[in-house]
Write a protein that binds this ligand. Structure first.
Ligand code: FEO
Length: 174
């Protein structure tokens, strides 16, 4: 079984991943409502990914004979101001998740819990990749410059990024 402090922290991480999943879902909905199909597709996939992160934590706790808490989620905002602001919020959110993963590893180290340290390494890589991808997208949006005339091009770029991610996932599966 996991120690109590670690159990609490892992449950908090489950909540964070669930919040990220629903936050991305609300962003996807906003994008689709605005006719930004490429951006919507990106965030629907991100939402699914975060649910998977949550499920991995739940699975791990059960494997360690510890009962996880399934969190309840507050109503998410569906009122965003721009695509750039959504990606800025995404980056802040991911940086916060990265910090909490690092805190979890510190806790596991303190408890000499090698299994949990090992399990969390997957999240360290995942967070590094996610943060880097969001930074690149933000750079592109800033380069194009967001305005009524450029939203179409931003969304085209998001569609291109979606294709890139799909082909990377395809390569990884081979
Ligand atoms: Fe699972 Fe990107 O936080």
């Amino acid at each position: 079984m996991l120690n109590k402090e670690l159990e609490k922290a892992l449950n908090e991480q489950i909540l964070k991943e669930a919040e990220a999943s629903f936050s991305y879902l609300s962003m996807a909905v906003w994008c689709e409502f605005k006719g930004l199909e490429g951006s919507a597709r990106f965030f629907y996939r991100q939402s699914d990914e975060e649910k998977l992160h949550m499920m991995k934590l739940i699975g791990y706790m059960l494997e360690m004979d510890t009962k996880p808490i399934v969190p309840s989620i507050q109503v998410m905002t569906n009122d965003y101001t721009s695509v750039q602001s959504i990606f800025e919020k995404t980056l802040t959110q991911e940086q916060s998740v990265t910090q909490s993963i690092h805190n979890l590893i510190t806790l596991a180290n303190k408890d000499n819990d090698y299994a949990t340290q090992n399990f969390l390494q997957w999240y360290v890589s995942e967070q590094r990749e996610e943060e880097s991808m969001i930074r690149k997208i933000l750079d592109k949006i800033k380069l194009i410059g967001e305005g009524p005339m450029t939203l179409y091009y931003i969304d085209k770029e998001m569609e291109r990024i979606n294709q890139e991610i799909l082909s990377q996932e395809g390569e990884a599966a081979v």
